[in-house]
Design a protein. Structure first.
Length: 171
């Protein structure tokens, strides 16, 4: 059972990575063929649905982590307190980001009042003036790029660690 849950967590992790990549691609290329085209609307809708899927998977992942302890992958032979603290901070940031970004997006589409909210979920904000909507949109975009930078750092460190751990374990 424990092995199956561990495998499930790995699948959720990589599915989340793929969804974040697709969310970024869908929103960045939405206006490739102009605004108010079928492509534009499909990309924007897919971005919304992907955001809600990321929120669901993150909550599922946190619930599983709450009740199950997983072993650390690889041996942390060269780990020190700085790396341990940095690792925990990055993970906390990533989980907060994975929850905050979809909620900010949900606030944005609720405040605009012009989009159907995916999966029939309720609006969480009343329709707001355009200036307030723009502030929410700017926050969402700002945090998106900060999150992508942290994800890049996380992926880089994980790649380097796996290469070092593999090299150390082979000796």
């Amino acid at each position: 059972m424990h092995t199956k849950l561990n495998r499930l967590m790995v699948y959720i992790h990589w599915l989340t990575v793929i969804l974040i990549f697709l969310a970024f691609i869908s929103i960045e290329f939405r206006s490739t063929f102009g605004k108010h085209t079928l492509f534009h609307d499909a990309m924007k809708s897919s971005h919304l649905y992907i955001g809600f899927l990321v929120l669901f998977l993150t909550i599922l992942r946190l619930v599983i982590r709450k009740f199950v302890t997983f072993p650390i992958i690889g041996q942390r032979l060269y780990y020190n307190s700085f790396r341990s603290i940095a690792s925990k901070l990055v993970h906390v940031f990533l989980y907060v980001w994975l929850i905050l970004m979809p909620i900010l997006g949900w606030c944005l589409i609720s405040a605009k009042g012009t989009y159907v909210i995916p999966f029939g979920l309720p609006s969480i904000l009343d329709v707001m003036p355009r200036a307030d909507v723009i502030e929410i949109k700017e926050l969402h975009e700002y945090f998106a790029y900060i999150g992508l930078a942290i994800i890049f750092i996380h992926a880089s460190v994980a790649t380097i660690e796996s290469l070092i751990v593999n090299r150390v374990l082979k000796k």
